[in-house]
Design a protein around this ligand. Structure first.
Ligand code: UDP
Length: 492
C-alpha cells in the first residue's frame, strides 16, 4: 500500500447473540488478514466473548479492536447485565416478553453508534440485519453500510420471493404445501414452517414491523455480505444478484479463518470441556464413527424431547457427542432428561457436553461422520465445510429454509420430519424416528453417497477461501470497491 493511501477501516456491528457475533468476528479477522483495520462494536458484557480471540488475532498480526457502547438493559426492563440473547435463553428458558424487551433495547443503540461513527470515521459499517436503523446512522456521515444477515443465498432468495409473491396467503390451510414462485428448483413449504410473524393472524407485532424495517433498510444499504461460497449454491447466488437485483459479496465459509486448534476453541463462549480432552476422546475413535448432536446457541428442548434423543442415541449403538444447553446439577440430583444410569452405560461411547462445545473443532475432526443440527446457518455451513452429512431438525428463524437447501438442493442430509416452526422446539420426535435418521446418515450405501457429496462440498469450501478462490476473490473485489467508495479516502 502506498503511503498516500489511507488504510481502509471497517467496523462490524453484530446483534448480541452468538450466532451473529461469532461469524462477525470471523469476518473481522478475514478483513483484517487482508490488511484492513477492523473494529467490532459491542457492549461491555459481550466483550468477554470476544476479547481472547481478538488478543490472539492481534498477536498473529491481524489488526482488530473492540469499540464498546453501553447496553440499556435496566432502562429496557431487562435484568442488569443482560446484554446477549444467551442470557435470556440459556438453561432451558425462553421468555418472549424478555426477548421483545431485548429487541427494543437494541433500538436505543442508534445514538451511541452515530457518535462512534462521527468520532472514528470508518470507511464502511457492516451492521447486523437486526439493526435496520444502522443504514441511516451511517448515511449521516456518508458511510456505506453493508448488511450481514448471517444466512444462505438460498434463504435470502426464499425470503424475498415470499415477500414479493406471498404464496402462503393463497393456501387454505397451514399444512397445505405451496411452491415458492419464480425461485429456481421446485421448493415447497407449508405455512406451519414459516415464522409466526409471517402468518396472517399475526400481522401487527413488533417483530413484523422490525422485519419490514429490515427489508427497507436492505434496499437502502450499500449491499450484503454473505457467509457462503459460490459453488455451494450458484443458482441462488446468481438469482439473488441478477434477478432480485441485490448487490452481494460472498466471503465464506468465514469459520475457515480459524485454522489452528486454539482459534477454533475460542469461538463464542468458554467451552464446557477442555479442548485437549475433547480431542483425546475423538482421537480414540475411527474415522466417520461419531455423530455430533448440537442445536446451536438459542434453541431449547423440553426434558421429554431430550429423553427421546438419549434413548435413540443409546438404541442406535452409535458413538456420539451430544451438546445439551443445561447446566450440570449436583452429583446426587437426578436430571429429568436423562434415563437412569445413561452416562455410566455410555462411558467411552458417548460424550455429553453440558453448556458450550468447541463446535468447529469437533466437526472438523475426522472421527466425526455426521451432524444432527437445528439448521442455524452457521452450523449448516460449518457442517458443509467439515464435509459431513446432516440430520436436519429445524426449530425457528429461517432454519426450515436452510433445511430444504441441505436435504433437497445439496442432498447431503435427511430431515427428522419437523412440521412446525416454534420458538421453543415444538413437535416431539419419538426415539424410533430419531434412531432411524441418525443411522440413515451414518451407515449404509445412502449414507456413504451423502458423505461423499458432503466431502466434495467441504473441499470446494476450502478452495473457495484459498487464494484465487471464489470467496477470496469476492472479498478482494469488495475491499477494492470500498477503498474507492470511501468518503474519507482523501484524508489521513
Ligand atoms: N456453537 C458452538 N458451540 C455450541 C453451540 C454453538 O461453538 O455449543 C457455535 C456454532 O459453531 C455456530 C454458532 O455457535 O457458529 C451458532 O450459530 P447458528 O447459526 O448455527 O445457530 P443459532 O445459535 O444462531 O441458532
Amino acid at each position: 500500500m502506498g503511503s498516500d493511501i489511507r488504510q481502509l477501516k471497517v467496523f462490524f456491528f453484530p446483534f448480541m447473540a452468538h450466532g451473529h457475533m461469532i461469524p462477525s468476528l470471523d469476518m473481522a479477522k478475514l478483513f483484517g488478514s487482508r490488511g484492513v483495520k477492523t473494529s467490532v462494536i459491542t457492549t461491555p458484557a459481550n466483550a468477554l466473548y470476544l476479547s481472547k480471540a481478538i488478543e490472539r488475532a492481534n498477536e498473529m498480526g491481524v489488526e482488530i479492536d473492540m469499540k464498546l457502547i453501553k447496553f440499556p438493559s435496566v432502562e429496557a426492563g431487562l435484568p442488569e447485565g443482560c446484554e446477549n440473547v444467551d442470557a435470556i435463553t440459556s438453561n432451558g428458558g425462553r421468555n418472549m416478553e424478555l426477548v421483545l424487551k431485548f429487541f427494543m433495547a437494541t433500538t436505543k443503540l442508534q445514538q451511541p453508534l452515530e457518535l462512534l461513527l462521527k468520532e472514528c470515521k470508518p470507511d464502511c459499517l457492516v451492521a447486523d440485519m437486526f439493526f435496520p436503523w444502522a443504514t441511516d446512522a451511517a448515511a449521516k456521515y456518508g458511510i456505506p453500510r453493508l448488511v450481514f444477515h448471517g444466512t444462505s443465498f438460498f434463504s435470502l432468495c426464499v425470503m424475498r420471493c415470499m415477500a414479493l409473491y406471498e404464496p402462503h396467503k393463497k393456501v387454505s390451510s397451514d399444512s397445505e404445501p405451496f411452491l415458492v414462485p419464480n425461485l429456481p428448483g421446485d421448493i415447497k413449504f407449508t405455512r406451519n414452517q414459516l415464522p409466526d410473524n409471517m402468518k396472517q393472524d399475526d400481522a401487527e407485532t413488533h417483530i413484523t414491523r422490525l422485519m419490514e424495517a429490515v427489508r427497507e433498510s436492505d434496499m437502502k444499504s450499500y449491499g450484503i455480505v454473505v457467509n457462503s461460497f459460490y459453488e455451494l449454491e450458484p443458482a441462488y447466488a446468481d438469482y439473488y444478484r441478477n434477478v432480485l437485483g441485490r448487490k452481494a459479496w460472498h466471503v465464506g465459509p468465514v469459520s475457515l479463518c480459524n485454522r489452528k486448534i486454539e482459534d477454533k476453541a475460542l469461538r463464542g463462549k468458554q467451552a464446557s470441556i477442555d479442548e485437549q480432552e475433547c480431542l483425546k476422546w475423538l482421537n480414540s475413535k475411527k474415522p466417520n464413527s461419531v455423530i455430533y448432536v448440537c442445536f446451536g446457541s438459542v434453541a431449547n428442548f423440553t426434558s421429554a424431547q431430550l429423553m427421546e434423543i438419549a434413548l435413540a442415541l443409546e438404541a442406535s449403538e452409535l458413538q456420539f457427542i451430544w451438546v445439551v444447553r443445561r447446566n450440570k446439577i449436583g452429583e446426587e440430583e437426578k436430571e429429568d432428561w436423562l434415563p437412569e444410569g445413561f452416562e455410566k452405560r455410555m462411558e467411552g461411547k458417548g460424550l455429553i457436553i453440558r453448556g458450550w462445545a468447541p463446535q468447529v473443532l469437533i466437526l472438523d475432526h475426522e472421527a466425526v461422520g455426521g451432524f444432527v443440527t437445528h439448521c442455524g446457518w452457521n452450523s449448516t455451513v460449518e457442517g458443509v465445510t467439515a464435509g459431513v452429512p446432516m440430520v436436519t431438525w429445524p426449530v425457528a428463524a429461517e432454519q426450515f429454509y436452510n433445511e430444504k437447501l441441505v436435504t433437497e438442493v445439496l442432498k447431503i442430509g435427511v430431515a427428522v420430519g419437523i412440521q412446525k416452526w416454534s420458538r421453543i422446539a415444538g413437535d416431539l420426535v419419538n426415539k424410533e424416528t430419531i434412531e432411524k435418521v441418525v443411522k440413515d446418515i451414518m451407515v449404509g450405501e445412502k449414507a456413504e453417497e451423502m458423505r461423499s457429496r458432503a466431502k466434495a462440498f467441504g473441499e470446494m469450501a476450502k478452495r473457495a477461501v484459498d487464494k484465487g478462490g471464489s470467496s477470496y476473490s469476492d472479498l478482494d473485489a469488495l475491499i477494492e470497491e470500498l477503498s474507492l467508495a470511501s468518503p474519507f479516502k482523501q484524508t489521513n
